[in-house]
Design a protein around this ligand. Structure first.
Ligand SMILES: Nc1ncnc2c1ncn2[C@@H]1O[C@H](COP(=O)(O)OP(=O)(O)OP(=O)(O)O)[C@@H](O)[C@H]1O
Ligand SMILES: [Mg+2]
Length: 403
C-alpha cells in the first residue's frame, strides 16, 4: 500500500467526529493520528503529533474555530488545514481561507468530495517534500484500434507487473462491459462486479468498494465487468467517475481495459486518465484505424495529450508492414513495442496466470514490465523522472502502512 497521510481533527461534537472517523475507515492512504474535542488544546495536540493535515470543524464555535485556523497557519507546524462546516455563508468561508485554510468543505461530508480534497492536499504536501505524503493512484486506460489486438493481455499483465513491488496496489478494471474477459486471464470467478458498486453508489463506502474487488495471488486486484450482458447499460459515466475517484485514493494504479466502441463511457474514462495506451498491430486495417482514432481523440482536449501508441506482436509473420513504414503511415511516434510470443502469451492466458508469474524471464514479460514502469514513473512538473526517496523500513509510517 502507499505511504500514509496523517490527520488530526478537532471537533467538540462527538457525533460529527464519529461520522468523520467512519468515513476514514478503509481509506488506506489516510491515518487518523489524533482527535480532539476542544479547540483550546488542539494546538498542543498538533505540536505533539505533527499531522500532515488538520481537519477543523467550525460548527460548535465558528469564531473560536477560525481563531484556531489562524494560529495553526502562523505556527511552525507545517500542516495543511481543511475546514469543515455546515454553514455555507460566504463570509465564513472567506474568513477561513484568509486565516490560512487550504480547503473548505460543507457538512454533511460527501465521501468523494472529502477524498478529492485530501487528494489536492496530498499533491501540495508532496510538492514541498513532506515525508509521508504520497501521490494518489495513476490511471492508465488501455484502448485498442481493432478487436483482438492485445488490450486485455496488456492491461492484465501490466497490472500484474506493477504488483511485484509490494508498495504498489494495482487494480485492473474491466470496462469492456459486455464481452470483457479479464476474469478469464486471471482465473477468477467473481462474486461481485462493477454492477454491485453502481447499485449502491449512493451509500458507497470503502468497505463495500473493497469487497467488490477480488485479489489475485499476484497481488493485483480485479474489478470485473457485470455478469449479465443486459447490466452493462446500468453503468453511467458519472457513476464511473465517482468510483474511479474513490479507487484512486486508495490504490496505487488503476489499469482500465475499455471496449473498442469509443463509447461515451470509454471517453469519460480516458478523460480522467493520466495516460491512454492505444494498442495496434502492424497491419493495414489497424494502422488505418490508428489514424482515424487519433483524429477523433484530437477533438478531446482532456485526452489528446495523454495518448501513447503501443505496437503489439512485433515480429508476427502475418504483419508484413515494417515499423518504419508504419511510422510513416501514421505520422506519430510509437511509445513502445511488444514482441510477438504466442506460446508464452496463450500459455499464460489458458492457465489464468499472468506473465509475471507464468514466464517471468520471457522477453515479452520484461517488455510489458519496463513499459508500465516507465509510463507510470513519477515525473516533476517539467516532465523529468523523479528519483523515489529510499524506502523506510519499520518506524511509524511502516507500522501504519501495514495496517
Ligand atoms: N504480444 C503477444 N504475442 C502473442 N500473442 C499475443 C500477444 N498479445 C496478445 N496476444 C494474443 O492475442 C489474442 C487477443 O488478445 P486480447 O484478448 O488481449 O486482445 P483484446 O484486444 O483484448 O481483444 P478483444 O477485442 O476481444 O477485447 C490472445 O489470444 C492473446 O493471447
Ligand atoms: Mg479484451
Amino acid at each position: 500500500m502507499k505511504s500514509v497521510l496523517r490527520l488530526a481533527t478537532v471537533d467538540p461534537d462527538e457525533r460529527s467526529r464519529t461520522v468523520l472517523k467512519s468515513m476514514l475507515v478503509g481509506v488506506d492512504t489516510v491515518w487518523l493520528e489524533a482527535e480532539c474535542a476542544r479547540y483550546e488544546v488542539f494546538m498542543e495536540v498538533a505540536r505533539q503529533t505533527l499531522p500532515d493535515i488538520a481537519v477543523v470543524n467550525l460548527d460548535s464555535n465558528p469564531q473560536r474555530g477560525l481563531q484556531l485556523v489562524g494560529e495553526l497557519a502562523r505556527s511552525q507546524i507545517s500542516c495543511a488545514i481543511l475546514v469543515v462546516s455546515s454553514s455555507q455563508e460566504g463570509s465564513l468561508i472567506l474568513q477561513a481561507m484568509r486565516n490560512g485554510a487550504r480547503e473548505f468543505l460543507n457538512l454533511p461530508l460527501q465521501l468523494e468530495d472529502f477524498v478529492a480534497a485530501l487528494d489536492r492536499l496530498r499533491v501540495s504536501l508532496g510538492g514541498v517534500g513532506t515525508e509521508g505524503a504520497s501521490r494518489s493512484g495513476t490511471i492508465v486506460t488501455v484502448a485498442g484500434v481493432s478487436g483482438g489486438v492485445g488490450c486485455t493481455a496488456l492491461a492484465v499483465n501490466a497490472g500484474a507487473a506493477l504488483a511485484i513491488d509490494s508498495e504498489n496496489s494495482p487494480v485492473i478494471i474491466d470496462l469492456d462491459l459486455t464481452l470483457g474477459d479479464a476474469d478469464v486471464w486471471l482465473d477468477i470467478i467473481p462474486e461481485y462486479t462493477i454492477k454491485d458498486i453502481v447499485e449502491s453508489i449512493n451509500r458507497l463506502d470503502y468497505g463495500l468498494l473493497k469487497r467488490s474487488l477480488t485479489r489475485h495471488s499476484c497481488g493485483a486486484f480485479l474489478l470485473p465487468r457485470p455478469i449479465e450482458l443486459e447490466h452493462a447499460e446500468m453503468i453511467r459515466p458519472d457513476d464511473l467517475r465517482r468510483i474511479l475517484s474513490l479507487l484512486k485514493a486508495t490504490f496505487s494504479h488503476l489499469i482500465i481495459d475499455v471496449s473498442k466502441s469509443f463509447s461515451r463511457l470509454d471517453m469519460a474514462v480516458m478523460e480522467v486518465s493520466d495516460r491512454v495506451l492505444l494498442v495496434t498491430q502492424l497491419d493495414l486495417s489497424c494502422l488505418r484505424n490508428v489514424i482515424r482514432i487519433m483524429q477523433l481523440l484530437d477533438h478531446y482536449p482532456l485526452i489528446k495529450g495523454k495518448v501513447e501508441i503501443i505496437v503489439n506482436r512485433v515480429g508476427l509473420e502475418d504483419c508484413d508492414i515494417s515499423l518504419n513504414k508504419a511510422l510513416e503511415t501514421i505520422g506519430r511516434s510509437v511509445y513502445w513495442q511488444l514482441p510477438n510470443d504466442y506460446s508464452v502469451m496463450s500459455g499464460a492466458r489458458n492457465n489464468g496466470i499472468p506473465l509475471a508469474q507464468f514466464a517471468p524471464r520471457a522477453k515479452l514479460t520484461k517488455a510489458i514490465s519496463e513499459m508500465i514502469h516507465r509510463l507510470t514513473a513519477p515525473v516533476d512538473p517539467a516532465g523529468r523522472p523523479v528519483e523515489e526517496p529510499a524506502k523506510k523500513r519499520g518506524g511509524l509510517f511502516g507500522l501504519f502502512a501495514g495496517r
